[in-house]
Each structure stands twice: as C-alpha cells, then as structure tokens.
Design a protein around this ligand. Structure first.
Ligand SMILES: O=P(O)(O)OC[C@H]1O[C@H](O)[C@H](O)[C@@H](O)[C@@H]1O
Length: 545
C-alpha cells in the first residue's frame, strides 16, 4: 500500500496547489479566532499550531488522511500489545510501562502488568536502600555518584531526563552518563569520582553492545584498583533483557533489573532503563514522570483526532515533509535544562522513521522521516536562525516553552519567553519590502544605498512553527512531552506505512566495525575492503603511537 494512491492523499495534493501561496499573515488578519481554532489543551499542556501553513480545510483533509490509514485502529493495536513490530515479531508496549491505571495488558495471553509492577517495586526498594544508606559502598561509605554506562536508548533518554530534572535531584547525589567508546568519555568522568562511593548502572537491553560492554569492563578495572572482586556486587548493577550475558560479565543477576523485548531501546526510559533517573531524583519523581506519560497516552487514545495533540503534530509533519518538501524539523526548547531534548528526539524520530522500505517490504517512492535537530533557545537564535528566517529551505520549528523557571531568583524568564514568542511571530509574519523601506527611510537611508540594502533586510515570513506552552517543567510535564513526541512519530509511521519500531539500519556499520577492529593491529591481515578503507587502515597503523 502506498499512501500516494489514497484519495485523501491526492485531495491534499490538489489542496496544496491551492494553498501554497496563501499567507499566514493574511489568515490571521481574516480570522480573529485563528488561535482558538488551531490550539489544543491537554491538562496543563497547550499546543498552539495556528502559525502553520493551514486553513480549516487543510486540517480537515489531514484528519481524513489519518482516518483513511486507520490511525485509531493502529493506536489500539499498539496499546493492546499486538506484535506491530512485525520484522522483529514483537509487541510495542512502552505504554504498559507507564500504565498507571494498571489495567491488564496482554502479550501472548499473559498480562505484563504484574512484571512491570514487580520491577517498579524492585527499583523503589533499591533506591530507598541507596538513599537511606542501607546500601553502602565496599568501605562502608554512602553512595554519592551514579554512573550510567549505556548508549543510544540506554543513554539519551535517561540522560536528557536527569538534566531536565536537575532541580529535583537528591542532595548529595550526582549522576553521570558514559556512552561513547572513546576512552575520553569514561576517563574524564571517572577522574572526578571515588570508587568507594560510586555505583555503576550498566544499561543495555541486549548486553552485547560493543561500546557499553567495553566501557563496563574498563569501569570494573578502574574499580578493582581499590575494590576487591567480591566488592563488585556493591558497585555494579545491570539493566537488561539478557540475564546470561549479565552473569557472564560478573554482575549478580539478583542485582539485575529486567526489561523485556517489547520495550524498544529509544522508548525504554520508562522501564528500568530509567533507574538512574530514580536514583538521582527519587522513585516518587520517576513515577510522576510515568504519570505524565500515562496522561498523554490517555489523551492520544481517547481524544478525537481533531483534538489530539500527537495526531495533529504528526499530520502537520506529513504536510511539510510530503507536500512542502521540507527535509528537516527543528525542535527548540526555551529551557536550558532541556538541552539534550533534541538529541533524544533525534534518536526517537530518526531511528523510528528513517526507513525506505514499507511494511510489506517494498521500496518507498515518497519521503519519510525528516532530519530532527535543535538546541536550546535563545542560543540557536544567534547561530542558525538566520537560515530558518531567510534561507531557501522551509524548516518547521517546534518551540517548547515552560512559562516558569525553576530558577526564578534570576529574573531572566521574561526575556527568554519574549524571545521564543518573537521568533515564532517573526517566522510567521516576516517583514515585507514596504516595511523595510519605511524603516530604512526613518533611519536616514535614501537613493541607491537604500535600494541596495533593502532586499537583504526582507524576511519572507510564512514559515511554520508550533508552540508547546506549559506552566513549569515538572516530572509529569516532561512525561507528557516525551510521550507526545513518541506518539507523533508513531502517527507518521502509520501514514508512511513503515515499521517505526525496528532499526535494521544500524546493523551494517556494527558488523563492519567488528571486522576492522582486529585489522588495526600491526601485522594483522587486512581483509578485502575497498581501496579507500584499506588505505585508511594502513595509514592508521602507521600513525598509531
Ligand atoms: O541497550 P542496548 O542493547 O545496548 O542498545 C543500545 C542502542 O544500540 C542500538 O544500536 C540501537 O540502534 C539503539 O536503538 C539502542 O538503544
């Protein structure tokens, strides 16, 4: 099935031709209710999507397309534990991890909720022991630092959440994330730490990931310079599906927190992969995060499509990627503590929807997932916003705006918020040649000088953005936000008819790296590579000290 043949898609193609030159500025002037018409609230979270290249007809047609691809059916199939990740034969149940209503969720005839709850209890118990000092390091000292060793989904999500929830951090507890196999990452982290008071969480769904296992071995060697072999159990715990590999590494499986194959790596922060979050901020805050995720799940499952935030955001993304031919999507949080939010979203979106094969295995002849990127505002404004305002590409932007800061004592928040709002306004409105001319005349320009400068100061405007506004970045709100983007990505995957839950595209590089590692040693035989790779291997051998 290609979506291009769906009548609702074709109707959007025609609608796009009618609409592509319509200006948002005019639309705002014509319709004083545009904000009310194109905004949705879910609890404390507001999506303002009025600054998009849409009319009511566009939204109606996008929703008709969502209906035509049976989005509501797909939503139910996911929540009910059907094996919709068909290339791996797995259910997709990150929603069960935050199913705070505790209703049964069946996988292969078995309710997974008792397992989910048992691991949550184990996490709570462990956190309480660490926080109260019942769990001590080998020399009898309290644990002061958690080092999470993991990569991809076993790193980005928990690292982003710990940064974002820094105001909720428990006094005297530090958290660190080591992901890169570049020894710099581990070494620069460990040089600040004391093995007597450091607890390592080795987080790997498969427990076979080269980078994580390499870092975990080196961390253990570092630990054993002071601790003894029998002390390892007090300083290393694991999060994994793979008890055999955990035991092989030397971690007592009693200190393993289980996850399951129906939790995708990039969707796993809600599982025991979130253990560093719970250790850093306390289990109550971790559960508040789950509550927020669950609220968004209920919204996604229950709200009509037109009032459904993930559906609307997902369909707007389709509108820009497939009709306006935009290649990227910026996510710009106006909250410094969300600095890693775009990176997590990058993995979530690009690993999910970066696919060129549809669910039936056929090659796709339309565009799928865009490049996701961004950094916190206001920094981005002084770097790449030039291109968003005046470049030749259409780049939709999501502005993520918490109204109140956790650091109100420094009165910066009004400036921060004003900048976020101003960027969205400027992108929408632009500045016409007439407006620029009037400004230049006022500034005393005239004649040739004025004419030469004028075109450079024009802003075309009509550039789309969403605003996500909420009172404060609490654990619940963060849970809502992350779940919102997860569901947005899912909606788009359904429309594109792809499996958003596998990631075969990461395998080839891993395979080839395994072959190259031994070849970097002097005198080792170099297998058949292309001449570029062979020469680079030889050169590395020569240059290596
Ligand atoms: O948790 P792990 O099994 O170590 O996997 C870590 C990461 O590596 C893989 O390459 C996948 O692309 C990611 O989705 C995953 O999160």
């Amino acid at each position: 099935m290609t979506p291009l043949n769906i009548p609702e898609w074709q109707s959007l193609v025609r609608h796009y031709s009618d609409l592509k030159f319509v200006s948002m500025r005019e639309q705002f002037a014509l319709d004083s209710n545009r904000f009310e018409r194109f905004s949705i609230k879910s609890g404390d979270l507001l999506l303002d999507y009025s600054k998009n290249r849409i009319t009511q007809e566009t939204v109606d047609k996008l929703i008709q397309l969502a209906e035509a691809v049976e989005i509501q059916d797909w939503i139910e199939r996911m929540f009910k534990g059907e094996a919709i990740n068909h290339t791996e034969g797995r259910a997709v149940l990150h929603t069960a991890l935050r199913n705070r209503s505790n209703t049964p969720v069946m996988v292969d005839g078995k309710d997974v909720m008792p397992m989910v709850n048992a691991v949550l209890d184990k996490m709570r118990n462990f956190c309480e022991q660490v926080h109260s000092g019942t769990w001590l390091g080998f020399s009898g000292k309290k644990i002061t630092d958690i080092v999470n060793i993991g990569i991809g989904g076993s790193d980005l999500g928990p690292a982003m959440i710990c940064d974002a929830l820094e105001p909720y951090g428990i006094d005297g507890m530090g958290v660190h994330f080591v992901s890169n196999v570049d020894g710099t990452d581990l070494s620069t982290t460990l040089e600040k730490l004391n093995p007597e008071t450091t607890l390592f969480v080795v987080a790997s769904k498969t427990f076979t990931t080269q980078e994580t296992i390499t870092n975990a071995h080196s961390a253990r060697n570092w630990f054993l310079k002071q601790g003894k072999q029998e002390d390892v159990a007090k300083h290393f715990v694991a999060v994994s599906t793979n008890a055999d590999e955990v035991a092989k590494f030397g971690i007592d499986t009693a200190n393993m927190f289980e996850i399951w194959d129906w939790v995708g790596g990039r969707y796993s922060l809600w599982s025991a992969i979130g253990l560093p979050i719970a250790l850093y901020t306390g289990m109550d805050n971790f559960e508040r995060l789950l509550d927020g995720g669950h609220q968004m799940d209920n919204h996604f499952r229950q709200q009509p499509l037109k009032e459904n935030i993930p559906v609307i955001m997902g369909m707007l993304g389709i509108w820009y990627v497939n009709f306006f031919n935009s290649h990227t999507q910026a996510i710009v949080p106006y909250d410094h503590s969300l600095a890693r939010f775009p990176s997590h979203m990058q993995q979530l979106d690009m690993e999910s929807n970066g696919k060129f094969i549809n669910r039936s295995g056929a090659r796709i002849n339309y565009k799928t997932g865009p490049v996701i990127w961004g950094t916190p505002g206001t920094n981005g404004q002084h770097a790449y916003f030039q291109l968003i305002h005046q470049g030749t590409q259409l780049i939709p932007v999501d502005f993520v705006l918490p109204v109140n800061s956790h650091y109100p004592e420094c009165d910066h928040q009004s400036i921060l918020l004003a900048n976020g709002l101003a960027q969205a306004e400027a992108l929408m409105k632009g500045k016409t040649a007439e407006e620029v001319r009037a400004e230049l005349v006022k500034e005393g320009y005239e004649g040739k000088e004025l004419e030469a400068l004028l075109p450079h100061k024009v802003f075309p405007g009509n550039r789309p953005s969403n605003v996500l506004l909420f009172p404060k970045l609490t654990p619940e709100m963060l849970g809502q936000l992350v779940a919102l983007y997860e569901h947005k990505v899912f909606v788009q995957g359904v429309v594109w008819n792809i499996n958003s839950f596998d990631q075969w595209g990461v395998e080839l590089g891993k395979q080839l790296a395994k072959a190259i590692v031994p070849e970097l040693k002097d005198d080792a035989e170099i297998s058949a590579h292309d001449s570029s790779t062979t020469h680079l291997i030889k050169l590395i051998r020569e240059l290596r000290q």
